[in-house]
Design a protein around this ligand. Structure first.
Ligand SMILES: Cc1cc2nc3c(=O)[nH]c(=O)nc-3n(C[C@H](O)[C@H](O)[C@H](O)COP(=O)(O)OP(=O)(O)OC[C@H]3O[C@@H](n4cnc5c(N)ncnc54)[C@H](O)[C@@H]3O)c2cc1C
Ligand SMILES: NC(=O)c1ccc[n+]([C@@H]2O[C@H](COP(=O)([O-])OP(=O)(O)OC[C@H]3O[C@@H](n4cnc5c(N)ncnc54)[C@H](O)[C@@H]3O)[C@@H](O)[C@H]2O)c1
Length: 577
């Protein structure tokens, strides 16, 4: 469990840095008027654990203007009584064409719904343009660089490499080209299926009614739909006191462009973004200093996996760290002076240290992008910036009741800030509106950190499982297997790694699986599918795995569990082939 900690942070990057004439949605997305930290660590909402982070800050003039313009436009086109329309332009309108919106749109078309998607910036959202896709392109490069630079590894395989080098612009182009390619794929897939892509900023005007258009006082266009999904995503969260200049003090939005590879970079936050970028930067030659508010690095991981990751991915690399500290003030480099970072003790708030580095990457979480959505027109109040939803992603009003025909999926509801979670929530909503009740089990959704080696997980960490067991009165067992005994891993000279299973010995229920090792991100799906389908260990342990494959690490893991329950026979009768 995380230690209890109250943060009082507020957004410092303001729209005042942007010339007013250039104020597009893209800017609004990156510099929203007010932000609230989402201290979830890949799936597990930490708001409750970490206390209150209500982050208010005085709005910049530009941001006030932005909100006013949106509100004026909304009022201008709001129907006189705000009542629901009698007939509809579409069966479904989705606001936001990120991966969540895209997943929902494709499934809606498959289900025969007339569908439109409204996008204010570029199709693909964070994941495709500023997240998963370009970051994985950079990590593909860092993985190869790391391998080629390891004499020990190369010698073990009998390979001789003269020197490994890279062309920074070439690496940056690889990331950018991949994002462009996937963006085109997404756009074309929607067009080919007949999804109407409407360009503009979308807001809710009233029940089943949406306005989209420019961010100005013009009335824009009004469209109606039987059902509406909000899928407006998130933007980097930058704590108060940190000045982002986009060159020497950056967020992931800037880092993904790889405009420079600093000699020494401080990374504030050792979550997913921090870890993945530490892998990229150290492979490309930078030294990294982590600054982490909590008492340990990688606080969201299962502690045992975190310790192993630290031994393999932090200690032997050019990485040092400060834990239990906040970066309260960060000033960009200027006039030959380095970036300065003032640290305070996270608990006592006493000044701790001042660092001088070449650059700083702010990786302190993401804030929902929900401003100007007009949700108050349907009696909905945001909660710390997030759209409140129930387990079916139905948006809840002031009184906690679902607003009919209105749903919110993905980062903007804060349930689980992952691309595939956004998409799965969208599919779940479409199932419901087409007549099949569906509740997504978020504990079956896997997560992966694409470092080298990779880290993946599904379900509960060991401390979370033990806490649940104590509350509900059941026993927890843990078993582990090592990559060191796996033929395929050893053939690749990649024997460093473990898989860990947390389960109920009384009935064989899988509570959590954590993997650290080669291709962990791919391996986790056997476990996540088992959780999603309710498969018990006593059944999955009879599944056959090809030899020699990394999947045998999981085969052994399930076989090593000691389940007390009677082992049932095969579910179906054997079929002669
Ligand atoms: C560096 C980085 C790496 C990541 N890597 C991974 C990874 O490997 N795997 C993973 O699962 N997740 C990853 N994530 C998280 C993932 O990107 C997000 O969880 C995912 O993009 C959320 O999808 P979404 O559809 O909810 O929102 P978004 O992708 O943010 O899309 C929202 C869309 O809505 C549009 N929009 C917003 N407001 C409006 C409006 N009012 N009107 C019209 N359009 C609007 C935006 O322009 C945007 O296109 C990463 C994130 C980052 C930052
Ligand atoms: N591979 C992936 O799936 C992937 C990759 C990147 C990002 N993401 C998603 O993007 C989201 C954002 O990632 P992230 O790494 O920015 O957030 P995170 O929530 O994963 O980690 C943020 C870290 O910053 C620390 N922190 C917060 N404020 C701080 C401060 N002022 N000083 C020092 N430390 C501070 C937190 O304790 C935490 O460890 C996550 O929800 C994650 O799910 C996923």
């Amino acid at each position: 469990m995380q230690s209890s900690l109250t943060l009082s942070l507020s957004q410092s990057a303001t729209a005042s840095t942007i010339p007013k004439s250039n104020y597009t949605l893209n800017h609004a997305l990156r510099f929203p008027p007010s932000k609230h930290i989402n201290l979830r660590f890949c799936g597990l909402r930490r708001e409750a654990l970490l206390g209150s982070y209500s982050l208010s800050r005085s709005h910049s003039l530009q941001n006030k203007t932005l909100s006013k313009k949106i509100n004026n436009a909304i009022s201008a086109s709001l129907s006189a009584n705000g009542s629901a329309p009698k007939s509809f332009d579409y069966d479904l309108i989705i606001i936001g064409a990120g991966v969540g919106g895209h997943g929902a749109a494709l499934h809606a078309v498959e289900k025969g719904l007339k569908t439109a998607i409204i996008e204010g910036d570029v199709v693909g959202g964070t994941c495709v343009n500023r997240g998963c896709v370009p970051s994985k392109a950079l990590l593909a490069v860092s993985g190869r660089m790391r391998e080629l630079q390891s004499d020990h590894h190369m010698k073990a395989l009998g390979l001789q490499i003269a020197a490994a080098g890279y062309d920074r612009q070439g690496v940056a182009d690889h990331a950018n080209n991949l994002a462009m390619k996937i963006r085109n794929n997404l756009t074309n897939s929607m067009k080919a299926l007949g999804v109407d892509i409407l360009t503009g900023f979308g807001s809710i005007l009233g029940p089943q009614t949406v306005r989209y258009g420019k961010l100005d006082d013009s009335p824009g266009n009004t469209v109606t739909a039987k059902d509406i999904i909000v899928a407006t995503g998130s933007v980097p969260f930058v704590p108060k006191g940190i000045e982002v200049d986009g060159k020497t003090v950056i967020t992931s939005d800037h880092a993904l462009k790889l405009e420079s590879v600093p000699d020494w970079i401080a990374i504030v936050g050792s979550g997913y973004i921090g870890l993945e970028f530490s892998d990229v930067y150290t492979a490309l030659g930078s030294e990294v200093t982590f600054i982490e508010a909590l008492d340990q690095l990688m606080p969201g991981f299962d502690p045992e996996i975190g310790k192993l990751a630290q031994r393999v991915q932090i200690n032997p690399r050019k990485i040092d760290y400060h834990t239990g500290v906040f970066a309260t003030k960060i000033t960009p480099a200027e006039n030959g002076k380095p970036v300065t970072i003032e640290l305070i003790d996270a608990k006592t708030k006493e000044p701790k240290d001042t660092l001088e580095v070449d650059a700083a990457l702010i990786a302190t979480g993401r804030a929902p992008f929900t401003k100007g959505l007009g949700l108050d027109n349907v009696q909905v109040a945001l909660k710390n910036g997030f759209v409140p939803v129930d387990e079916r992603m139905q948006v809840l009003n002031f009184e906690g009741n679902p607003v009919p025909h209105l749903y919110c999926i993905g980062d903007s509801n804060g349930k689980m800030m992952l691309a595939h979670a956004a998409s799965a929530q969208g599919i779940s909503v479409v199932e419901q509106i087409t007549g099949r009740d569906h509740v997504l089990n978020h504990l079956s959704i896997p997560a992966a950190c694409f470092t080298h080696p990779e880290i993946s997980m599904v379900g509960l960490t060991e401390p979370q499982a033990r806490e649940k067991a104590e509350k509900e009165g059941f026993e927890v067992s843990v078993t582990k297997t090592s990559f060191k005994a796996n033929t395929k891993a050893l053939a690749e000279n990649e024997g460093e790694g473990i898989a860990k299973l947390i389960y109920r010995p009384d009935n064989g229920e899988i509570l959590g699986v954590h993997i650290f090792g080669l291709h962990a991100a791919d391996l986790i799906h056997e476990a996540s599918n088992a959780i999603a389908l309710g498969t018990r260990i006593q059944d999955i342990k009879f599944a056959v795995h090809a030899h020699p494959t990394l999947s045998e690490v999981l085969d052994e893991l399930f076989k090593s569990a000691k389940v007390k329950a009677h082992v049932p026979g095969p579910v179906s009768e054997p079929v002669a082939v």
